[in-house]
Design a protein around this ligand. Structure first.
Ligand code: HEC
Length: 723
């Protein structure tokens, strides 16, 4: 008798669960998809933890990924950052380690069930994984470097029948219609793809420069790994959007990639996603036109990949204003009518609310004239769209009134910079004198936003000014001819991020000036070959060139003496045949975040905020600083907020959980007021999005605390629950 009862109970749960497409067994108890559900809402109906008891949260378990990268090496090759938002299916938590091993844990205890090691050591980041099941066949789909793996969710073994021995190469489907080989170009995907029926739909992360692979979105059969369809984000002759480029642009231009993830509407059978800018960043003289489908929000038939609609957020992007996070599918009440919408926030801090069936904006977007004084050869778009509502999440231009005033020293320094690099308009085209740009590592970022069933939208936003200065290739080549081959290759391939002087930029791009003191030849070579975090891989460079760069970094002066004379002519040729597939007429000479002399952002605070917007009306409910520099608060400066990475999670318990700030705390905000109800000092920064789920009648909140460059290294997943 007893036995039978035990058997019956789960069966009842199963029936109750059938109405919910998102959770295979117990609705709302799991967290089965990156973003919480296929609509990407980062919402959980769990309410055991609420404003009244959240202060009593305790650490329930910690899972240590136990990973310095080489066991006999105390310095991991990359910052031990975990950007992964894990998933929970049937009480099992799946996530990745800093080294991109995949693991399964008992979600109630943190006890490891299995760990899977990818065959190649890769140094990119992973923001999450995807789950699929059919009967007893349960799989995790996850991406390391260019490899899409299918792993058995039960035992952690490769599904050998998928692709080639469990792997599909993400270069697949990118080169159709091109007469060039793109197999050596950098392609990975930091965000997981999304599952629709037995179809896995996925975008890509590619280079930002002349050697970028095209960013086409692909669908693979989850059972076999077979390519099902390709949606070309850079259209070819005969395809919609082809006429928004020069005739042969598709043969050499890449990018327009979906690196930020996707959402699926299972009822409509439609997939939604955003794309990034076309290559190369900052100069578009060779890609005259509006450049569809770069910088677009797109809806496709999930089964066939056929275009349903698109909406372009930036025409002819010259500022690297990618769409940085997955869209979010919500239902709002607008003008008395219920409307299904797609919500997309952007790097420049704008929020689009579009009709889900046809892509038309729900709130007005005004097309306004913008500056067209671009670099020679450049034809900037004469107009750009300005959403009237909701108002932007972050400032759109850096004016004199925005110069940081946290100290007289900061003010004087930034004022001087402001005079040199003034920018009056959000859409001022890049130039050789230098401009101040907002909208890179600003506004919304890859963590995305959360939306609750009432249509309230929660988004963290960053405010960071950057200096951008361009140089023409003739001047650049002259510079290259006067330096060693290694130096020339460094300038061409590395200086845009690490600076011509190798000094890097703040916490974004490490200082390589003293790299020899930290890293061996082999370690640097490995980083250049495989990439690391946000740094692309340079696998496509000939090994001799990579060696020349590493030698230059280890010994800049020696490299010059031994190579400069015979190599002078050689230097320019070496630089010419670098990673660049084609040569833009202008490249960036300086691209750095504007910091004050003490290392704080050069803009007046707030530097980071958490926002709540009522999407039914488009009005803000509240806006509060997110994160703190305690040393500044002590001096009497109001809480500034900090840059944050990783998004929010909203629960039926009335709370918004978020970490991601540089003070390494996780917090719970009251979703109605923005008041902080709980905060916890993590052992290392949680630059990831938290999740919540229920196991054994208990609600857990989990965050990956991996730390970041310039902060404490971590490597743990931490679970909280009430006692
Ligand atoms: C698109 C920007 C970008 C480009 C281009 C780039 N890097 Fe990086 N690089 C980064 C970032 C970001 C990191 C930090 C990675 C991390 O946190 O794992 C990094 C890290 C490194 C490190 C490790 C530093 C340390 O302190 O351990 C080395 C070495 C390096 N880069 C060398 C190069 C070289 C050589 C090139 C050119 C061949 C290059 N990078 C091109 C962005 C870039």
């Amino acid at each position: 008798m007893k036995k039978e009862l035990k058997f019956l109970l789960p069966a009842l749960f199963f029936i109750a669960g059938c109405t919910h497409a998102d959770s295979p067994k117990e609705p709302g108890k799991d967290y089965p998809v990156y973003g919480g559900n296929k609509a990407g809402n980062r919402y959980s109906p769990l309410d055991q933890v609420d404003a009244g008891n959240v202060r009593d949260l305790q650490v329930a378990w910690m899972y240590d990924t136990a990973e310095p990268i080489d066991t006999n090496d105390s310095k991991p090759l990359r910052a031990r950052e975990i950007q992964c938002q894990p998933i929970v299916v049937n009480g099992v938590l799946y996530g990745t380690t800093p080294e991109l091993k995949l693991f399964a844990l008992k979600a109630g205890t943190g006890e490891q069930i299995w760990k899977f090691e990818p065959s190649e050591r890769r140094l990119n980041v992973s923001r999450g994984v995807a789950y699929w099941e059919k009967g007893n066949d349960k799989r995790i789909l996850y991406i390391v470097g260019p490899s899409l793996y299918a792993v058995n969710a039960t035992d952690g073994k490769r599904v050998e029948s998928f692709g080639k021995n469990g792997i599909v190469d993400l270069h697949e489907g990118l080169s159709a219609g091109l007469d060039r080989d793109i197999s050596s170009l950098f392609v990975t995907s930091t965000s997981p793809g999304i599952v629709y029926k037995n179809i896995f739909i996925v975008g890509s992360t590619v280079s930002e420069f002349g050697d970028a692979a095209p960013g086409h979105v692909r669908a693979f059969d989850i059972v076999s790994g077979k390519l099902l369809w390709v949606f070309r984000t850079i259209p070819q002759p005969g395809e919609t959007g082809y006429d928004t480029w020069p005739k042969d642009a598709y043969k050499e231009i890449g990018g327009a990639n979906n690196w930020s993830g996707l959402a699926v509407d299972e009822k409509r059978g439609a997939v939604y996603f955003g794309t990034g800018s076309p290559s190369s960043d900052f100069y578009g003289g060779n890609r005259e036109g509006s450049n569809l489908f770069a910088n677009c929000i797109i809806s496709l038939n999930a089964e066939t990949g056929k275009l349903i609609w698109y909406y372009q957020t930036i025409h002819h992007d010259l500022w690297d204003r990618d769409i940085p996070c997955p869209p979010n599918l919500a239902t709002i009440k607008h003008d008395g009518k219920m409307r299904d919408v797609v919500v997309q926030s952007t790097k420049d801090g704008v929020v689009y609310v579009l009709d889900r069936d046809n892509g038309t904006p729900v709130f007005p977007v005004e097309e306004r004239p913008v500056p067209t004084n671009g670099l020679p050869g450049e034809k900037p778009s004469p107009t750009q769209g300005y959403p009237v509502k909701p108002l932007p999440l972050s400032r759109q231009v850096f004016t004199e009134a925005d110069i940081s005033d946290i100290s007289p020293r900061a003010y004087e320094y930034i004022k001087d910079q402001f005079r040199q690099f003034r920018s009056d308009n959000k859409f001022t085209p890049p130039n050789t004198e230098g401009t101040l740009q907002i909208g890179y590592s600003g506004g919304a970022e890859w963590g995305g936003n959360a939306i609750d069933p009432d249509g309230i939208f929660y988004q963290n936003a960053n405010e960071n000014p950057w200096v951008l200065r361009m140089v023409d290739t003739a001047t650049r080549n002259k510079e290259l001819a006067s330096v060693s081959r290694g130096n020339a290759l460094y300038i061409t391939n590395c200086a845009s991020c690490h600076g011509q002087d190798r000094r890097g930029s703040g916490t974004e791009f490490p200082d390589l000036g003293d790299i020899g003191g930290r890293r061996s030849f082999d370690e640097i070579s490995a980083i250049v070959r495989s990439g690391s975090g946000r740094m692309p891989s340079f696998q496509q460079l000939p090994e001799a060139d990579r060696t020349a760069i590493v030698n230059f970094l280890l010994n800049p002066r020696m490299a010059r003496q031994s190579e400069a004379h015979p190599g002078q002519a050689g230097a320019a040729t070496a630089a010419q045949k670098t990673a660049f597939g084609f040569k833009p007429a202008y490249v960036s000479k300086e691209w750095r975040k504007l910091y004050d002399p003490d290392g704080y952002p050069g803009i007046k605070p707030p530097w980071g905020t958490l926002n709540a917007i009522d999407l039914n009306t488009g009005d803000y409910l509240w806006k509060v600083p997110l994160g703190e520099f305690p040393e500044l608060t002590k001096k009497g400066i109001p809480v500034t907020g900090t840059e944050s990475y990783g998004g929010p999670l909203v629960t039926a318990g009335g709370l918004v959980f978020i970490a991601g700030a540089r003070d390494e705390k996780i917090r719970a905000f009251d979703k109605k007021t923005g008041k902080i109800h709980w905060e916890y000092q993590l052992p290392a920064g949680g630059f990831a999005t938290p999740i919540t789920y229920e196991v054994g009648g208990k609600q857990y909140i989990v965050i990956a605390a991996g730390g970041a460059r310039g902060l404490k290294p971590g490597g743990k997943y931490i679970a909280f629950s009430l006692k």
